[in-house]
Design a protein around this ligand. Structure first.
Ligand code: ADP
Ligand code: ASP
Ligand code: MG
Length: 405
């Protein structure tokens, strides 16, 4: 029997009509005799709404309570989706993450899936039911609910596809695939037919919102084939798999990211163990850091700068100030008026001309580069936030539009 996982994001479930039309897509697939696990996100902007409400009622951040609260968004969607399917004559049953056998561990609001025991879902399949699973949540120790990080329903879908040995993991969203840049910001962005896990992961890590980075990492680990599709219109789609044959562009995508802030710890003494102290302190508070750059030495000190997600900036500054006092650093500063723009393509590092071309394009636009970093598959520049879209458009013209012309 063929098994598939179909995941619907918040935009695909924004209201009752959208839920009904997503249910129709599932009903059509169920009519082919496929066993289906459907993973759902919270409706529309429900997660933001719940976070906003929590801020209104309390100025303390209690992550355990936030997990309890946020998980309710996906549970609401699952029950509503199941009702919509039953209405179409399709047998269905909704499950919370815990009921679906999804076990998680780790930190509040950043849980990791450690095991899936899909017994209840498989029993449901035997009864001919679709399983509608609340995404973004798992059962932690002592019966606690853990959520899986923003965008975590993608992770639920991929993990469930691996656990169920599903033939396909279909991610339905509001665009008909993964594009060479965010189609909502770069008008000439082109849909990519096929992306390797490596390229998709690089895009996701660098801030392309369309797939959660950890879900792509898991898909690569278990070889889960992903297809990104629109729930609003048929056709199109992007396949994400191990290898794509016949793709000859060096740069596959341009990724602008407005969601980061820069933190700099200034005048850090140049002795062993300082970076260890700083970044262990941040990790201990669950703060992910990216693009760590240490400047060259000035006298006996140097500066260490890095990026954090804007939402974690307050905590990051607090953690850095504590460590800065302890290690005798000169101070901590930050900048929220920045964004990063990256060019992504497997093997970019093998092309000698690419960095020079990237910096020339940005210089021609009069855009100053605040930080630069590269990996084997990407080059990233931090620029002023108000020039981010200009930078993305110019790079897209140079590396995608003119190359394909
Ligand atoms: P969902 O609610 O389905 O999870 P998301 O908002 O997480 O949807 O992801 C879809 C959005 O990702 C699109 O609306 C688009 O604006 C954005 N996006 C950013 N970069 C890209 C890209 N390279 N290709 C496609 N979409 C992208
Ligand atoms: N609702 C959660 C979020 O907004 C999870 C998801 O949609 O994937 O991050
Ligand atoms: Mg998403």
């Amino acid at each position: 029997m063929t098994r598939k996982v179909m995941k619907f994001g918040g935009s695909s479930l924004a209201n009752a009509a959208r839920i009904r039309s997503a249910a129709k897509i599932v009903a059509e697939e169920a009519g082919k005799g496929t066993s289906l696990a459907v993973v759902v996100s919270a409706m529309g902007k429900t997660t933001e709404g719940l976070l906003g409400l929590a801020e209104e009622v309390s100025c303390t951040t209690d992550r355990r309570e936030l997990d309890q609260l946020l998980a309710s968004g996906e549970q609401q969607s699952a029950a509503l989706f199941s009702l919509a399917l039953k209405d179409l004559g399709v047998p269905a049953r909704s499950y919370t993450g815990a009921q679906a056998g999804i076990r998680a561990s780790g930190m509040w609001m950043d849980g990791r899936i450690c095991e899936i025991v899909p017994t209840a879902i498989l029993q449901g399949f035997e009864r001919g039911e679709c399983a509608i699973v609340a995404g973004f949540q798992g059962l932690g120790e002592n019966g606690e609910i853990l959520t899986l990080g923003r965008g975590g329903s993608d992770l639920t879908a991929v993990a469930l596809a691996a656990a169920l040995d599903a033939q396909d993991c279909l991610i339905y969203t509001d665009v008909d695939g993964i594009y060479s840049a965010d189609p909502n910001r770069v008008g000439n962005a082109r849909r990519i037919d096929c992306l390797s896990y490596e390229e998709c992961l690089e895009m996701a890590v660098l801030g392309a919102k369309v797939m959660q980075a950890r879900s792509v990492e898991m898909a690569a680990k278990y070889g889960v084939p992903i297809t990104v599709l629109s729930s609003f219109q048929p056709g199109g789609g992007t396949k994400v798999q191990e290898k794509c044959v016949g793709e000859d562009l060096v740069v596959r995508a341009v990724v602008p990211d407005r969601g980061v802030a820069k933190v700099a710890v200034l005048g850090v003494p140049d002795v062993p163990g300082i970076a260890a102290k700083l970044f262990s302190g941040l990790a201990g508070r669950g703060i992910h850091v990216e693009m760590i750059i240490q400047s060259t030495m000035r006298g006996q000190v140097n500066d260490i700068a890095f990026l954090v997600k804007k939402g974690l900036l307050g905590e990051a500054i607090d953690a850095c100030r504590n460590v800065a006092r302890e290690i005798g650093a000169q101070g901590v500063n930050f900048d929220v008026e920045v964004g990063r723009v990256s060019i992504v393509g497997a093997g970019i590092a093998n092309h000698v001309d690419v960095p020079g071309r990237m910096f020339t394009v940005l210089a021609r636009e009069g855009i100053n580069l605040d930080m630069i970093a590269s990996t084997s598959g990407s080059i990233t520049c931090v620029v002023a936030l108000d020039r981010l879209d200009d930078a993305a458009r110019a790079l897209h013209r140079e590396f995608i539009e003119e190359e394909q012309a």
